[in-house]
Design a protein around this ligand. Sequence first.
Ligand SMILES: [Zn+2]
Length: 172
Amino acid sequence: MAVHEVVTWGDPRLKKDSEDVGAWTPELDQLVADMFETALAEEGVGLAAPQIGINLNLAVIDCSCGEDPAQKIVLINPEIVREEGQQVGPEGCLSIPGIREVLERPMKVWVKNRRPDGSWEEIVGEELLARAFCHEIDHIDGLLFVDRLTPLKRDLLKRKLKKKARADDWEE
Ligand SMILES: [Zn+2]
């Protein structure tokens, strides 16, 4: 297994619409294992393939941060089919280190997801898991959480991010 480098804000691969995963292969098993390891090493709840420079509709989530294997979720060509309620809380992203902003998300979401064997399942997430589903599915649509802030907040933050990206300085 290998920890991959996480690409940061300003990298064009984070803004691209990703492609659907096709037939499952041993290489994809390896990629998923690497993505879980990378998320864990970076202390993130989830990681989407574009964040390691691979534009595939693929993401991993582990709300237990490595504590409980049963909480590992692999999203393959996922799609949100229903949402309910709302939650307001801080959100961050491994591709935008040191930045956390309060963002509204649905409290509960239903996701249509493909399994590696090609069959489909519907998975439901609430609270942190619902937020993670929204955040990771945004990534594979080429959206970052800061793109969802109000225009004023976004503009202020963009100036800060541009400075960080130019200096390649992502320390907090
Ligand atoms: Zn993220």
